[in-house]
Write a protein that binds this ligand. Sequence first.
Ligand SMILES: Cc1cc2nc3c(=O)[nH]c(=O)nc-3n(C[C@H](O)[C@H](O)[C@H](O)COP(=O)(O)O)c2cc1C
Length: 314
Amino acid sequence: MEERKWPGPKGMIPEPERNAADANMHNRKYLDSMLVEMRVVDALEADLTLELFGRKYSSPIMMPAFSHLNKVGITGRTPMQEYALAAKEMNLVNWVGMEPDDEYASIADIGADTVRIIKPFKDHNEILKQIAFAKAHGAIAVGVDIDHVFGKNGKYDIVDGIDLGPVMYEDLCEYVKAAGSTPFIAKGVLSVSDAEKCEKAGCAGIFISHHHGRLPFGIPPVLALQEIRKAMPDTKMKLFVDCGIDTGYDAFKALANGADAVSVGRGILPGLLKDGKDGVIRKVTRMNEELSEMMGYTGIRSLKEMDSSVLHIL
Ligand SMILES: Cc1cc2nc3c(=O)[nH]c(=O)nc-3n(C[C@H](O)[C@H](O)[C@H](O)COP(=O)(O)O)c2cc1C
């Protein structure tokens, strides 16, 4: 799709507002439209401990399912390994996107609890092979980014010369079965309809996301989260959210709306590319402080007490 040119004088309209189809812009506005009331009587310092798949983590802020960064990073740096090191040091859940098996192994071997997200390859055997490889390397969960089926031309996408293909309900059932006792996550859910299919297929979790705006005019993931929580109040699936989570305040809004955990993606990129592990630790530490501050002021002492009634839409 050709980018729509904004007719106004250059500089008058902020850059992100130039393309009305940009889901990132709508997402930012939506997150910023949520304001918070204060419940400070009886409030205590917050406990950020995340319990997930039988394990405990220091924060509900997780690393993103990134990929390819070792190809574009500064020479001699391996950003994929650097953010895994940050996850390990901070006891955060680590996510890894499209990486070949050997690269995946070298990231997983760092020792952070890692989730592997596999592309929806046209060759389903490749998906099954990568699921098995991830399991053999101790992945705490595996998944497929089901939102990366189509390219900008509306055809099945091709990444690194590899054909992607459609994800049918039966495919999801097959991947869940192949994952076995390892939780299977569908990444890139943005509707109740898909969430229901994922639940029926046996997914242990869904990642509510539009994959940094793959879908033109995509609704904000937190809005989809609200609709999914409302339509499926008793779901046992873990609900993860990303897209535009850049501060602890953004994370709070997603968590208060019912997310079990969130990922910060592009928000860690500047620090990661500049200072590696230390840059990521700096960013997440600050986000944890902001999240704690917000939980303190809203009287929410732990993730289990998260409560959407403290939020108001402007
Ligand atoms: C460099 C880069 C590589 C990515 N690679 C993958 C990938 O391989 N698989 C995947 O599911 N998502 C991938 N993503 C998408 C992120 O996991 C995430 O969904 C998206 O960036 C939105 O979160 P954010 O706004 O916090 O960045 C990638 C994003 C970036 C920026």
